[in-house]
Design a protein around this ligand. Structure first.
Ligand code: S3P
Length: 174
């Protein structure tokens, strides 16, 4: 049986805010992989990208996944690119139900288009974001359940997460 909820989705899809609400509703712990990395390395994600590059970031992201995947009763918010490596999702799936938060490019643009803390969105247009989402679609499709979050509030999303977690957790095996 699954013991964790793993939220995947593009930057700005609300993984962190939905994750916090979901965890509070269930009495679960909440962990955000990016925040975990920032604390562990004592550096902001944007600094890690700037100083060491994306490949280095992806390696320490996989280390973080492996350190966190064995937790129990935890809502885990992934980074938007965590899904790109199959081994990451494989590890997270062992103990968790994977819920993908789909968000339209226009909504992503409005929410985080100008956010300096996300190096991969620097100087990106809505069209660029749409292309990135399309490019990643096959990876995001590796999920147990998908929620279109473009037009609903994080509280509503969290309710759907809980309902579907309860449906899917029984089906998982250790
Ligand atoms: C990334 C998403 C970010 C962070 C890093 C790379 C991505 O996480 O991990 O900037 O490749 O989509 P959020 O989705 O939490 O912004």
């Amino acid at each position: 049986m699954a013991r964790n909820i793993v939220l995947t989705g593009f930057m700005g899809s609300g993984k962190t805010s939905v994750g916090k609400i979901t965890a509070a509703n269930l009495g679960y712990d909440f962990i955000d992989i990016d925040s975990y990395i920032e604390e562990k390395h004592n550096k902001k994600i944007s600094e890690i990208f700037k100083e060491k590059g994306e490949d280095y970031f992806r390696n320490i992201e996989t280390d973080a996944v492996n350190e966190l995947a064995g937790r129990e009763n935890t809502v885990i918010a992934t980074g938007g690119g965590t899904v790109i490596k199959k081994e990451n999702i494989k590890a997270l799936r062992k103990n968790g139900v994977i819920i993908f938060l789909y968000c339209d490019a226009s909504v992503v643009m409005k929410r985080v288009g100008k956010d300096e803390s996300r190096p991969l969105l620097k100087d990106k247009t809505e069209r660029d974001i749409e292309n990135m989402i399309n490019h990643r679609r096959e990876f995001y499709q590796n999920n147990d359940y998908e929620i279109d979050v473009s037009a609903i509030t994080p509280i509503e999303v969290a309710k759907k997460v809980v309902v579907n977690y309860n449906k899917f957790k029984e089906k998982k095996v250790d």
